[in-house]
Design a protein around this ligand. Sequence first.
Ligand SMILES: Cc1cc2nc3c(=O)[nH]c(=O)nc-3n(C[C@H](O)[C@H](O)[C@H](O)COP(=O)(O)OP(=O)(O)OC[C@H]3O[C@@H](n4cnc5c(N)ncnc54)[C@H](O)[C@@H]3O)c2cc1C
Length: 370
Amino acid sequence: MQVHVGIAGAGLAGRLLAWRLLARGARVSLFDAAGRDDRGSAGPTAAAMLSPTAELAAADSRIHQLGLRSLQLWESWLVELHRLSGQQVYFRREGTLVVAHAADRGALAHYRGLLRAHLPGEPFEQMVRPADAQRIAELEPLLGGRFADGLFLPLEGQLANDQLYSALAAALDAALAACGGAWHERCPIERVLPDALLARDGTRHRFDLAVDCRGVGARGDIAGLHGVRGEVLTVAAPGVRLRRPVRLIHPRYALYVAPRPQGRFVVGATELDSEDDAPITLRSTLELGSALYSLHPEFGEARVLRLAAALRPALPDRQPLAAPDAQGVWRINGLFRHGYLIAPAVIEQAEAGVAAQLGLGRAGELPDAA
Ligand SMILES: Cc1cc2nc3c(=O)[nH]c(=O)nc-3n(C[C@H](O)[C@H](O)[C@H](O)COP(=O)(O)OP(=O)(O)OC[C@H]3O[C@@H](n4cnc5c(N)ncnc54)[C@H](O)[C@@H]3O)c2cc1C
């Protein structure tokens, strides 16, 4: 009989895990507190930069290694997802440019030192290249003449998370229909047991295995799990051209600008150790806007499309969790500020563990959405 897996949380981790387990022949059912197109959780709010090197300023070499592996996986997974869903997901690997205003040269040197501390010797030279005014202008003509000091991190990438969510939903719909599974929207799960999900409406859903992918929704069930607030501004500036994510180093806050298709840019900065998920503050809006304007005044005419805040699921050691707990409940969580960067490698490990536990075979062909 086909093994049935219940997944609580259809965010980044839940969607990816569902897709991989369906490809291994499992029947899957997904449960989410929100609708599939709701944008309130971390996954749809994120900038979705894939920055194994730049993140070393706030992470360690394990995250870096998971990020490098995930970049390889994204390359092949997104090709497969395109075939299955018929939807192309914007994905680029053209590196990250880090720049600083002349007055912030010291902050840039400090940032470079943080990266070097994790990347001794040759890898550092390959992954962190100096960028003077001429190199900055070659890489991003928009910024030519504005910055004399920077770093180029060539291995990095980015993707459009709204497109990823949509493509995963289409691929999952087709595969869930084929296996007799279901996607239960607006169905919050109160408790995850090794073989059952207890819904808030009192229903007990039984499975061969249940997996908890509820992000910050699992607070209280995972020791130390908490939310770390992040805020982003999305603007449309069709005349402004950037090829790759740009990070602006500043002594008080570091701004990032991630270009998206159709002249859109996702702009973020603040990481607040706060569990407040209320709307973005005026102060943050002003800081983000003025830092963006200081990157280039052409952003002054940009149209604000969205201001959003969400909680990143974080564990005290800032490491991801993908394992059964002492009661045998599989939990995937703690992706923190690196979810898009590391999710494929984390899910690959979880998928292998779940498959071994359930005796699932290797990944095969899924039905496409057409
Ligand atoms: C502002 C911001 C910027 C970011 N930028 C980046 C970036 O540039 N690069 C990067 O790699 N990462 C980034 N991240 C981090 C990334 O978004 C997260 O690491 C990732 O989304 C975590 O995935 P998840 O599936 O564990 O949690 P989530 O994406 O939060 O998904 C959890 C899901 O569980 C559902 N849920 C919650 N409670 C329940 C319940 N009781 N029952 C059922 N379902 C439930 C939610 O509705 C949601 O769908 C950013 C995050 C934020 C907030």
